[in-house]
Design a protein around this ligand. Structure first.
Ligand code: OAD
Length: 228
């Protein structure tokens, strides 16, 4: 089986009704990154940060995978598919994808602010964390999200995965945020690289095949191209 590594970003979930970050109306037009997505923001106003992610969690819980997620899961019948996602939602898993690496954390998990290996999965009927919610050793809980300025612990695994690709597919990311955006450079030279996005995205790599469509239509077209 050919190995396809898929790097996804917020555009992957746009058709599921989850806002992207940098499109017009995106989250970073409504909130300041430094307020809700940095360790400094959390120190300054922890409840604001917790509320922001409590809201994101509520949206995610209500969201359904779109055709793009579903088709990627279906492709597992014909290819060895590894997904590396910058998304913190769980829509790839909901669609049935088996190998999903979350580079920027997961909304449905929370982490101790003091004992970083204490990570808990939230269940659907308890999706909020607030000030005073603590880990089993008494330290405040925080969202299990990689904030700006923090290390990306999954990066090493992600690089190793990209290095084994026969085909690389990039879907719905503006490739603005590093180190995630740099992953495409670790793909073996000469392999086909497809980029699905309805808008223009500049990939710093030669020979990229652009599919200028949204995720659902784009993955459908990708499947047809791969059959040729
Ligand atoms: P961006 O919001 O920067 O980019 C979203 C991309 O999705 C853009 O290139 C859009 O053109 C594209 N897009 C919009 N609608 C689409 C659709 N229907 N189908 C496919 N693509 C579509 O989001 P990311 O690149 O994912 O990190 O952002 C990277 C990181 O920045 C996020 O993981 C997040 C953010 O700050 C953290 O919060 C740590």
């Amino acid at each position: 089986m050919k190995k396809i590594v898929v790097l996804t970003g917020a555009g992957m979930s746009a058709e599921s009704g989850i806002a992207t970050f940098r499109d017009s109306g995106g989250l970073w037009n409504q909130y300041k990154i430094e307020d809700v997505a940095t360790p400094e923001g959390f120190v300054k106003n922890p409840q604001l940060v917790l509320d922001f992610y409590n809201m994101r969690r509520k949206e995610t819980l209500a969201a359904k995978p779109n055709l793009g997620h579903i088709e990627l899961a279906e492709m597992q019948n014909d290819y060895d598919i590894s997904i590396i996602t910058q998304n913190v939602d769980n829509l790839h898993e909901k669609a049935g994808s088996k190998k999903v690496l979350h580079l920027h954390g997961e909304l449905m998990k929370v982490q101790s602010t003091k004992y970083l290996d204490l990570i808990y999965e939230l269940n659907a009927d308890n999706i909020e964390i607030n000030i005073g919610d603590t880990c089993e050793r008494g330290a405040q809980l925080r969202p299990y999200i990689v904030w700006f300025g923090e290390a990306v612990p999954m990066m090493e695994n992600a690089i190793k995965t990209v290095q084994t690709a026969d085909i690389l597919v990039v879907i719905g990311t503006s490739l603005n945020v590093y180190p995630a955006a740099g992953l495409i450079n670790y793909a073996p030279s000469g392999i086909p690289v497809y980029l699905i996005d309805p808008n223009e995205v500049k990939a710093q790599r030669a020979g990229v095949i652009y599919i200028k469509k949204g995720a659902s239509e784009g993955v459908k077209e990708l499947r047809e191209l791969l059959l040729q």
